[in-house]
Design a protein around this ligand. Structure first.
Ligand code: CDP
Length: 228
């Protein structure tokens, strides 16, 4: 942790396939901040529920599992990772069953309260870049560095299908894009902490911008504000 300034948090929110993950990781690397993917926690919780045979449609069971689970965080190359009951879910959090159920798990208010508390504790790792859906609105609303990344729906669909085509085991891109649209709808309309533009957030529409341009814009702003 840095000694000469308070911990800085760069909050990056936005819908799926807005370029958020790539941009957030690169911004963290450039600034030498620790990277936190908040979605990985909601995905992890979904993986854990499926793995332990808990019914996704039974929030009471999910909450019970969550409360007795041992959740531990650590960093590797300035990236925050975690274990659940001693197990590292790894890439399993990107699997189809997780993808299909995560928005329902993330809509459970108790799950959100629990994860928001954990996410706020991440400042113990020092300066961080955190990406998600509610980082600027709920988790760190007081941060001066809030960004909302967006891109036109067609561009997001195109980016996601490129990404999926390069992944193994995905044979029906159309189906995955439909499920993505469903998830975006759930994320934007849920009662607790829906995806919204945070007050004071800078909106970046990256439809016709390269990743490098978006990264440069954010890092320049943060550096200028920190007097670097
Ligand atoms: O990879 P992609 O951007 O599609 O998703 P993600 O960032 O891994 O997040 C997966 C899901 O977790 C989202 O669709 C939300 O339902 C949920 N999530 C959330 O509710 N709040 C966050 N801060 C991050 C993710």
């Amino acid at each position: 942790m840095s000694n000469n300034h308070p911990v800085s948090v760069v909050a990056i929110d936005g819908p799926s396939a807005s370029g958020k993950s790539t941009v957030s990781k690169r911004v963290a690397q450039e600034l030498k901040f620790t990277y936190v993917d908040s979605g990985s926690l909601y995905r992890g919780m979904t993986w854990k529920a499926l793995r332990d045979g808990v019914e996704i449609g039974r929030p009471d069971q999910v909450i019970e599992l969550m409360n007795r689970m041992k959740l531990e965080f650590y960093t590797e190359n300035r990236v925050v990772l975690f274990t659940m009951d001693g197990e590292d879910p790894g890439q399993q959090i990107r699997s189809e069953p997780v993808r299909e159920n995560v928005a329902d798990i993330a809509a459970i208010p108790e799950v959100r309260v629990f994860m928001v508390d954990r996410l706020r504790e991440m400042v113990r790792f020092g300066d961080i870049v955190m990406e998600g859906r509610d980082i600027g609105t709920v988790v760190f609303p007081e941060s001066p560095f809030k960004y909302y990344l967006d891109a036109d729906p067609e561009e997001r669909a195109r980016r996601r299908s490129l990404e999926l085509k390069s992944m193994e085991g995905v044979d029906d891109v159309g189906k995955v894009l439909d499920s993505l649209a469903r998830r975006d709808r759930k994320d934007s309309t849920r009662k607790t902490a829906p995806l919204q533009i945070a007050l004071g957030a800078r909106v970046i529409n990256s439809t016709s911008m390269t990743i490098e341009e978006v990264v440069a814009l954010i890092t320049a702003e943060v550096r200028a504000a920190l007097g670097q």
